[in-house]
Design a protein around this ligand. Structure first.
Ligand SMILES: NC(=O)c1ccc[n+]([C@@H]2O[C@H](COP(=O)([O-])OP(=O)(O)OC[C@H]3O[C@@H](n4cnc5c(N)ncnc54)[C@H](OP(=O)(O)O)[C@@H]3O)[C@@H](O)[C@H]2O)c1
Length: 327
């Protein structure tokens, strides 16, 4: 496992880290024992950064991570998120009072007295035009409740606005073979300001593993079933917002580029790591075998120019029209 510096935090985090949404909920049935084994496997592979949120199973994901931290002596940085428990989910809800309540709950779930990194959880765009909220986050840092803060965004423009606030240490955004736009202006700006980039949904919800087919079935409580068309939250979070059949055709072409001895998932993750501005990819994993496979992507050699150009060409021809100007 290789490590990269996260913004100005001084942390060196595993370039393949762990996304802990699926072990909380919204991905069909998960078994806590197996989830813990997946987390343990991640640490065994050198993963030292875990991304979670208070809403992932309403504390379930955070509590599993707390259990992992009790078991292990390795340093593990935990990034959580706040805001999505607001109902309705409005910009006005993002205020100092609500945020500090959410943060108190995360402190309890994670059994700690200071959160490593708190990210605003894809708030409405207007939140980025409310400096008073970022000032409130600064006060929470001063009070020792949170060490650092960052944002998780849907859109490139939200990220560009967020990084104007000097306290923002990280931007989490969808970046994968189906989502190239962050690599245009955002990466350059984030690098210039030394803001970390967490590449989320790196496997396009499992699509970029090459294992899905037209007749794949998903449980009723799996967002790949219930949010296929954005019924519950932003459609971009499910298969990166690419229509299922279009995605399958693109993946078929991507599979043809994968070198022998490498899996499609590893190729997709290694593609992300080709971008210097990226701090880490945070693939979700429900089972130890998935985690071990994903982690090994860090040790692969760089992709060739030919492969990089071919991925770009497939994106341009198959995917770009559906996503490029939407996020
Ligand atoms: N709004 C936000 O801030 C937000 C939104 C989305 C995600 N995130 C973060 O980003 C993380 C990653 O995104 P994601 O979990 O949505 O999607 P992802 O990482 O693209 O896909 C993860 C899923 O793919 C499957 N998978 C993973 N590795 C595999 C492998 N090697 N072989 C076969 N299947 C594999 C697993 O599901 P199955 O086994 O069921 O197929 C896994 O749950 C999340 O866990 C979360 O921490 C944040």
């Amino acid at each position: 496992m290789k490590y990269r510096e996260l913004g100005r935090t001084g942390w060196k985090v595993s370039e393949i880290s762990f996304g802990a949404w699926a072990i909380g909920g919204a991905w069909g049935n998960v078994d806590d024992g197996e989830s813990l084994d997946a987390l343990r496997a991640a640490v065994d592979c050198g993963v030292n950064f875990i991304d979670t949120a208070d809403v992932y199973g309403m504390g379930r994901s955070e509590r599993l991570i707390a259990q992992l931290k009790r078991e292990r002596k390795e340093e593990i940085v935990v990034a959580t998120k706040a805001g999505r428990r607001l109902s309705p989910h409005t910009a006005d809800g993002y205020n100092a009072k609500n945020l500090s309540e959410f943060i108190e709950d995360s402190l309890r779930n994670l059994s700690t007295d200071c959160l490593d990194l708190v990210q605003l959880h894809c708030p409405p765009t207007d939140v980025y035009y409310r400096p008073e909220l970022f000032a409130a986050l600064d006060r929470m840092v001063e009070a020792g409740k949170i060490r650092y803060y960052g944002v998780s965004v849907e859109r490139v423009e939200e990220a560009l606005k967020a990084i104007e606030y000097p306290g923002v240490q990280s931007v989490q955004i969808i970046f994968n073979c189906f989502r190239h736009r962050p690599a245009e202006l955002l990466f350059e700006q984030a690098k210039r300001r030394k803001v970390g980039i967490l590449a989320r949904v790196p496997l396009a919800s499992g699509m970029l593993t090459g294992k899905l087919a037209l007749d794949s079935q998903f449980a009723a409580d799996d967002h790949r079933n219930f949010n296929r068309h954005g019924e519950a939250f932003d459609v971009g979070e499910t298969f990166s917002g690419v229509d299922y059949k279009t995605a399958l055709r693109a993946v078929e072409e991507l599979c043809a580029l994968v070198p022998e001895g490498v899996s499609m998932a590893q190729f997709a993750l290694r593609w992300i790591l080709m971008f210097e501005a990226v701090t880490c990819a945070i693939p979700g994993g429900k089972r130890p075998a998935q985690v071990r496979e994903n982690s090994a992507a860090s040790d692969l050699p760089p992709l060739s120019d030919t492969a990089m150009n071919a991925v770009r060409e497939i994106y341009q021809r198959r995917v770009r029209a559906a996503v490029h100007q939407r996020w």
